[in-house]
Design a protein around this ligand. Structure first.
Ligand SMILES: NC(=O)c1ccc[n+]([C@@H]2O[C@H](COP(=O)([O-])OP(=O)(O)OC[C@H]3O[C@@H](n4cnc5c(N)ncnc54)[C@H](O)[C@@H]3O)[C@@H](O)[C@H]2O)c1
Length: 361
C-alpha cells in the first residue's frame, strides 16, 4: 500500500474532531507535520497524535521535502493562499469550506489545482452521512421519479454566544450562509443538479454577541439566511438556516433536515439520525427505513460503522475518499470545483438580499 505523507494546516476544532481521527485510521498515512500560527496549538496536536513536526509558520510546513498532501482547516480567508501554495508545490489538497470569500477567487483555486494536476477536494463533510449517501443513490436511481421540490432546514440555538472569527465578515465572508448553508447548497447540487436562479435574504439578528468574559463583541454577518431557488431541471428549492432558533440546541443533535419530493415519492433525512432514512410513496405516509449495511460507510473505509457516535464518525470517511483518490490517481469527490459552484451561490444569495431581486445564473 502506497504511503501518503500528509501535513495539517490549522490545529483547531475541525482538525481535532474530523480530519485527524479520519487520517489516523488509514493504514499507510504518515502524518508528518502540523502548523498553526496560534502559539502552542500545533505543538499540542503534534504531542497528542505523535506528529513529528509542529510549526507556527505554515510556510515551513509547505517547504518540507517529503510531503504528498495537505489538509487546510483554517479560518476561511486563509484557504485561497494555502491552496495556491499547495498547487505550486504540487501537493494534493483537501480544503475546508467555504473555499473563499468570493467566487472569482474560488474559481482561480480550481484553475490552479487543475493546472498542477493534483487531487483536490472540498470538505463538504455531510455528503458522507450514511443516510445522505443512500438518499443520493435512491434519487439517482429514479426511485422517487423526477424531483419537483427540494427543502432544507438547519436550525441551531446559539443565543448571544460569540462565534469568534465566524462573526467577522472580512475573515469569513458571510455568517450562517457560509458556515452552515454552504453544505446544504452542496447537498442540493448533488441531489438535484445546478441552479437556474434564486432569491436570497440574509439577516444579522445580533450586531453584538457576548465574549468569553461577558463583554460585547461586534458581529457584522448574517445569523439567518433563506433561499428560494429554481433548479435547471425545474425543481423548486427552499432553504432556511439560522443560529437563533430556541428549542433546537447546537451541534450534532440539532436540526438538519433535507427533503426531496418527486413524482413517484418522497425521501427525507435528519442529521441527528444518520442511519435512518424516511420514504413515502405517492398517497402514502412516511415510514422510517434503516440504512443498509453497504451504505453505512464508504467502500473499503477502515472505519467501524458501529464505533462511537454515528453522528460524528461518518466524518472520518472524508479522509478515506481523499487518500483513496490520491492512491488511485483519480479525481476526489466533492472536488474544489464543487466548492466553487457553492461559492457562486453564496455570492448570488448576498447580492440578491442586498439588491432585493431574483438572480439568474
Ligand atoms: N466541514 C465541516 O463540517 C466543518 C466543520 C467545522 C468547521 N469547518 C471549517 O473548517 C475551518 C476551520 O474551522 P474550525 O472550527 O476548526 O476553526 P478554529 O478556529 O477552531 O481553528 C482554526 C485554526 O486555524 C488557525 N490558523 C489561522 N490562520 C492559519 C494559517 N494561515 N495557517 C494555519 N493555521 C491557521 C487558527 O489559529 C486556528 O487554530 C473553517 O473554514 C470552517 O468553515 C468545516
Amino acid at each position: 500500500m502506497e504511503t501518503v505523507t500528509v501535513g495539517l494546516l490549522g490545529a483547531g476544532g475541525i482538525i481535532k474532531g474530523c480530519h485527524l481521527p479520519g487520517l489516523r485510521r488509514i493504514p499507510g498515512v504518515r502524518l508528518l507535520a502540523v502548523a498553526d500560527p496560534a502559539p502552542g496549538k500545533a505543538q499540542e496536536i503534534a504531542d497528542s497524535a505523535g506528529i513529528p513536526h509542529a510549526f507556527t509558520e505554515p510556510e515551513r510546513l509547505m517547504e518540507m521535502e517529503d510531503l504528498d498532501a495537505v489538509v487546510i482547516a483554517t479560518p476561511n480567508i486563509a484557504h485561497p493562499p494555502l491552496v495556491h501554495a499547495a498547487a505550486e508545490r504540487k501537493l494534493h489538497v483537501l480544503s475546508e469550506k467555504p473555499l473563499a470569500l468570493d467566487p472569482g477567487t474560488a474559481d482561480r483555486m480550481v484553475v490552479a489545482a487543475e493546472a498542477a494536476g493534483i487531487v483536490h477536494m472540498t470538505a463538504f463533510t455531510y455528503r458522507f452521512v450514511p443516510s445522505m449517501r443512500w438518499m443520493a443513490h435512491r434519487i439517482a436511481n429514479g426511485e422517487i421519479g423526477a424531483p419537483h421540490h427540494f427543502r432544507s432546514q438547519r436550525f441551531q440555538d446559539y443565543g448571544d454566544k460569540h462565534r469568534g472569527w465566524r462573526m467577522v465578515k472580512e475573515i469569513c465572508g458571510s455568517g450562517e450562509l457560509a458556515d452552515m448553508m454552504s453544505h446544504r447548497i452542496d447537498y442540493s447540487h448533488m441531489l438535484i443538479g445546478p441552479m437556474a436562479g434564486l432569491f436570497g435574504k440574509v439577516k444579522n439578528l445580533l450586531p453584538e454577541r457576548r465574549g468569553e468574559d461577558g463583554s460585547p463583541l461586534p458581529s457584522d454577518v448574517d445569523d439567518w439566511a433563506a433561499l428560494i431557488v429554481e433548479f435547471e431541471s425545474g425543481c423548486t428549492g427552499v432553504f432556511e438556516s439560522s443560529k437563533g432558533v430556541a428549542g433546537y440546541g447546537q451541534g450534532l443533535k440539532s436540526h438538519d433536515f433535507v427533503e426531496v419530493n418527486g413524482t413517484d415519492g418522497s425521501l427525507k433525512y435528519y442529521l441527528h439520525q444518520p442511519t435512518t432514512l424516511w420514504y413515502a410513496k405517492p398517497n402514502g405516509m412516511y415510514e422510517a427505513q434503516p440504512v443498509p449495511e453497504e451504505f453505512l460507510k464508504l467502500p473499503g473505509s477502515p472505519r467501524d460503522p458501529r464505533e462511537g457516535d454515528p453522528g460524528q464518525t461518518f466524518r472520518w470517511d472524508q479522509a478515506w475518499e481523499f487518500i483513496s483518490a490520491i492512491r488511485e490517481n483519480r479525481p476526489a469527490s466533492p472536488s474544489l470545483a464543487d466548492g466553487a459552484r457553492v461559492q457562486a451561490v453564496l455570492d448570488a444569495a448576498l447580492r440578491s438580499s442586498e439588491e432585493g431581486r431574483w438572480i439568474s445564473f
